[in-house]
Design a protein around this ligand. Structure first.
Ligand SMILES: C[S@@+](CC[C@H](N)C(=O)[O-])C[C@H]1O[C@@H](n2cnc3c(N)ncnc32)[C@H](O)[C@@H]1O
Length: 270
């Protein structure tokens, strides 16, 4: 049974202002969200009714990527911008393939962190830390991260639907470079990143996201590709979310750009 959601008064959070984590939870059918989050999604769905499908396509990519990485022998995962736990969390997917897989979850959102801690209490293979991804050096040197992950061995770093909430002024490329600097050869980076390519309505979504503390910065294909500097993209490269190693060709819709809005890829450090 899922633990009940933490009470907002116990977390000292502003329930009047929506957050990316809680809005995304709502899109995925979760119950760790508040009226402000639901209202923001309602506004966005007036012009982008396929938003829940985009969220599901992103989540499905995350599952396939983790399954792929576990199959490739990776036993350590650093999931930055991990979100509020929901069905098919990274440790569940990874441990299905490799029961000894270790997972560190990192998120800035207190609801995500609190619920993650509740869910994972007593699991020695996982940990959750509350940290801002922009403090990449703090993350890679955090004692809880260091005690669970061995950076002399391959680690898969997941930044799935995270980097598009980091503006250029906060140097998201430098953030990725800092994390990359501690990774051993054979490590991986998995990214899903929102884009305006192929969609005229995307800028309206950016406007809506100004209600949250994390305004979106959509990047084009070249801008997303740049995050993989130093990594070698595994097949099929940087593609729309449903196109990345689908379980069946039938899973790829006729218009993947419309049903995704996310470029995704997995790169290997050689
Ligand atoms: C859309 S959710 C994605 C969750 C999960 N990675 C997935 O794809 O299913 C984005 C997450 O990034 C988190 N986030 C946003 N800015 C962040 C930051 N600066 N540092 C850490 N996490 C952040 C949000 O709180 C949210 O939980």
């Amino acid at each position: 049974m899922q633990p009940s959601p933490p009470a907002p008064e116990d977390l000292d959070i502003d329930t009047e202002r929506p957050t990316a984590a809680r809005a995304y939870d709502y899109l995925l059918g979760g119950d760790h969200n508040f009226a402000s989050d639901r209202e923001m999604i309602r506004q966005a769905m007036e012009f982008m009714p396929d938003l829940p499908i985009q969220a599901q396509a992103n989540r499905a990519f995350l599952h396939r990527a983790v399954t792929y990485l576990a199959g490739a022998g990776v036993r350590q995962f650093l999931d930055i911008g991990s979100g509020i736990p929901t069905r098919g969390n990274v440790h569940e997917v990874a441990q299905l393939a490799a029961p000894d897989a270790k997972v560190v979850y990192v998120d800035i959102d207190p609801v995500a962190v609190s619920h993650g801690r509740q869910l994972l209490a007593g699991d020695p293979h996982t940990t959750v830390i509350q940290e801002d991804a922009r403090n990449a050096a703090e993350i890679i040197n955090h004692p809880d991260v260091r005690s669970l992950l061995d950076f002399t061995r391959p680690v898969a770093v997941l930044m799935v639907a995270l980097l598009h909430v980091i503006p250029d002024s906060d140097d998201p490329y430098g953030m990725v470079t800092t994390v990359r600097s501690v990774l051993a050869p054979g490590s991986y980076l998995a990214i899903a990143h929102g884009t305006g390519d192929g969609r005229k309505d995307a800028e309206r979504l950016v406007e809506i996201s100004r209600q949250t503390p994390t305004t979106m910065t959509l990047r084009d294909r070249a801008g997303v590709l740049r995050f993989f500097d130093g990594f070698e993209l595994v097949e099929p490269g940087l593609v729309w979310a449903p196109e990345w190693r689908p379980e069946s060709p039938d899973d790829v819709p006729a218009e993947p750009a419309r049903t995704s809005s996310n470029y995704v890829g997995v790169g290997r450090l050689t």
